[in-house]
Write a protein that binds this ligand. Structure first.
Ligand SMILES: [Fe+2]
Length: 242
C-alpha cells in the first residue's frame, strides 16, 4: 500500500516536528522584538551603532560556536550504532559548521574588532552558559537530544539571518558580513535536514520525542535573548565610552 501525502503529514514524527515549529515561532517572535535585533533592522538606527551591535553579536558567536561543534561530536559519538544513518547525516552537517566561528571572527575583525582580544578573552557568562548547556546535554543526557538543540539553532538562524542580511544591505554593511550573508541558504538546508531526521527518528521510535524536545527546550532557555542582551550591552557601552 502506498503512503499518501496526507498520511505522511500526520505521522507521529511530523506532528512532533510541527509542535517544535510552533515553539520555534514563539522564540523567533521574542527574538525579533529584542533590542538587539530591532536595532539592526530599524531603518532609523545609525550605521555605526548597527556595526557595534553586529560585531558584538559576532563575538558571541565566536565564543560559543566551537563548543556547539565539540558537543555535537560528543553526542554523535554516544549515539547507538544502530542509528548509523542519523550518525552519518549529523556528522556531515557538523562538518559544514566547523568554520562558522572563524567566519564570525573574520567579520568581527572587519567591523573593527580585535582578533587578539577576541581570541584571548573569556566568553561572556551568557555564551559560557549556552556552551555549557550543549556540553551537558551532549555528555550527560540521551545523545539524541542534540537533534533538538541543533534544530533550534539552525532553524532560528535560517529564519532571522535573511532579515538581518537585508538590513545590512540597506546600510552597505553586507559586504563585510559573510557569516550572516553566506550561511543563510546553508542554514535553511541544514534546518530542513535536521527536521527530517527528527521526523524519521520519532516515526521509528515515538519515545525519542522526549529527549529531542528536552534539547530543544534547553537551547531555547539560553539562546538567543541572554546572549544577544550581553552583546547589546557591550555595544551600548562602546557607543558611549566613559
Ligand atoms: Fe548551519
Amino acid at each position: 500500500m502506498t503512503t499518501t501525502q496526507s498520511e505522511k503529514s500526520t505521522s507521529g514524527g511530523e506532528v512532533f516536528a510541527e509542535r517544535l515549529d510552533e515553539k520555534l515561532s514563539r522564540s523567533i517572535d521574542l527574538a525579533k522584538s529584542s533590542a538587539t535585533f530591532a536595532s539592526i533592522v530599524n531603518p532609523d538606527s545609525s550605521p555605526d551603532f548597527v556595526r557595534w551591535v553586529l560585531r558584538n553579536v559576532l563575538l558571541e558567536v565566536f565564543s560559543y560556536a566551537p563548543v556547539v561543534v565539540e558537543a555535537s561530536y560528543a553526542a554523535i559519538g554516544r549515539l547507538p550504532k544502530t542509528s548509523a544513518d542519523v550518525i552519518r547525516a549529523l556528522t556531515k552537517f557538523i562538518l559544514e559548521e566547523i568554520d562558522h566561528s572563524e567566519l564570525a571572527l573574520r567579520d568581527y575583525v572587519a567591523q573593527g574588532g580585535s582578533e587578539a582580544c577576541a581570541r584571548g578573552r573569556r566568553p561572556s557568562p551568557e555564551s559560557f552558559t549556552l556552551a555549557s548547556t550543549c556540553r551537558a546535554l551532549a555528555s550527560e543526557e540521551d545523545p539524541i537530544c542534540c537533534l533538538g538543540f541543533l534544530y533550534y539553532l539552525e532553524a532560528m538562524g535560517s529564519r532571522l539571518a535573511p532579515i538581518a542580511h537585508h538590513a545590512l544591505q540597506r546600510l552597505n554593511l553586507d559586504a563585510q558580513n559573510d557569516f550572516i550573508s553566506e550561511p543563510a541558504d546553508v542554514d535553511d538546508m541544514h534546518s530542513r535536514i535536521l527536521r527530517s531526521l527528527i521526523v524519521r527518528t520519532v516515526d521509528a521510535d515515538a519515545s525519542r520525542n522526549e529527549p529531542i524536545e528536552f534539547g530543544f527546550d534547553c537551547m531555547s532557555a539560553v539562546y538567543p535573548l541572554p546572549v544577544w542582551a550581553a552583546a547589546f550591552e557591550r555595544a551600548s557601552r562602546e557607543s558611549h565610552p566613559g
